[in-house]
Design a protein around this ligand. Structure first.
Ligand SMILES: *Cc1c(COP(=O)(O)O)cnc(C)c1O
Length: 364
């Protein structure tokens, strides 16, 4: 069996370090917003090249608190429109709704799967913000979108939940916009042993407000300045994340290596391979191919013991929870959702497993 993602194997690499830091945390007994959170926030900010990092309970909260933070600062008003991709994980769209803002869904580019400057312009929305999702680990066309946002006075926010460590000329994921949200869900390129998230930004006011929002609206214990939430990054998870951050670049490099093998050696005309420009702008959270007859293909993979997933099987606007959007049509997005399938790619995949995937795909 070739596993889609072997979390045991990924995390066992750090087992002894995890155990040391677990014992230390148990001894220190500073479980909430202790020094592990402060350390990780500093490390992750500097990893991304951003001035500030604020840990949160998960990625959805990171996105939501960025938007609520801007509302608190008067930069967004309830009811303002926010441009988001139609094909994304539902969290991106939920964050906009939870912040009482209005999501304007736009189609992605069918090759990169990301929103582009053209799709943003075509939406003609009088929006106040854009959330660009670096889907599957590949950065959006950051330069174009950033320039458009700056000239039109729009806030630009990154959903970088799949793109830890992706890098382009302008900088790293997390530092190519006004503010970025990360998730440390266990399967992400940088994954905790539970839930976790963070925001990064160079805006000191925003970082300060989000620090309050995540902790009951307080800066001082039992003094509540604003209506806050409880969305803190867990201190023990922060310690585990600091340990894993040390391997992130090597892990991403390995993911790109595997992707390059797939891209050069899979040559079955029935399988459409993903677009990749060969640079560090992609960290291959997922390696997504397209086939016309997905049922037939997944059955074939099952028969040959290759695990697979679909990111994602139902587009957000077709979800029951978003029935208010169900009358909208997004043919590019819907077509993508019908055909895509994610192949195993992870830093612990062995070369012989990669070769096996290539062979099996080529004989389909
Ligand atoms: C994982 C993910 C999120 C949400 O992260 P959680 O930590 O699960 O809340 C948001 N956006 C995208 C694109 C994701 O992949």
């Amino acid at each position: 069996m070739i596993k889609f993602l072997d979390l045991n194997k990924i995390n066992n690499r750090f087992r002894s370090e995890f155990e040391v830091s677990f014992s230390k945390s148990l001894d220190d007994a500073h479980f909430i917003l202790g020094k592990n959170v402060i350390n990780f926030e500093n490390e992750f900010a500097s990893y991304c090249g951003a001035q500030f990092c604020v840990g949160t309970a998960n990625g959805l909260d990171a996105l939501t608190l960025i938007l609520k933070g801007y509302i608190q600062l008067g930069k967004l008003q309830k009811g303002d429109k926010v441009i988001v991709p139609a094909n994304t994980f539902i969290a991106t769209i939920l964050s906009v709704l939870h912040a009482d803002l209005v999501p304007v869904l736009v189609e992605p580019n069918p090759d990169s799967y990301n929103i582009t400057i053209d799709s943003i312009k075509e939406s003609k929305a009088d929006a106040k913000a854009i959330i660009m999702v670096h889907l599957y680990g590949q950065l959006c066309d950051v330069e174009d979108i950033l320039e458009f946002a700056e000239t039109n006075d729009l806030l630009l926010i990154e959903d970088a939940a799949q793109a830890h460590g992706a890098e382009c000329k302008l900088g790293m994921a997390g530092n190519v916009s006004n503010a970025a949200a990360f998730s440390f869900y266990p399967s992400k390129n940088l994954g905790a042993l539970g839930d976790g998230g963070a925001i990064t930004t160079n805006n000191e006011d925003l970082a300060r407000v989000i620090r309050q929002l995540r902790n009951y609206g307080s800066t001082k214990k039992y003094t509540n300045k604003i209506l806050g939430y409880n969305s803190r990054l867990d201190d023990m998870q922060a310690a585990f994340l600091s340990i894993k951050l040390g391997e992130l670049n090597a892990d991403n490099k390995r993911r790109r290596e595997i992707a390059k093998v797939y891209l050069s050696e899979i040559n079955n005309p029935k399988i459409k391979l993903p677009f990749y420009n060969g640079t560090k702008n992609h960290v291959f959270y997922a390696f997504v191919v397209e086939v016309d007859d997905r049922n037939d293909f997944t059955e074939y993979l099952n028969n040959h013991n290759i695990e697979w997933l679909i990111h994602y099987p139902i587009p957000p606007h077709k979800q029951e929870a978003l029935s208010a959007f169900s009358n909208l049509e997004f043919p590019v997005t819907e077509n993508i959702h019908k055909k895509i399938i994610s192949l195993p790619i992870s830093p612990v995949l062995e070369n012989n497993e990669v070769q096996k995937v290539v062979e099996i795909l080529n004989s389909y």
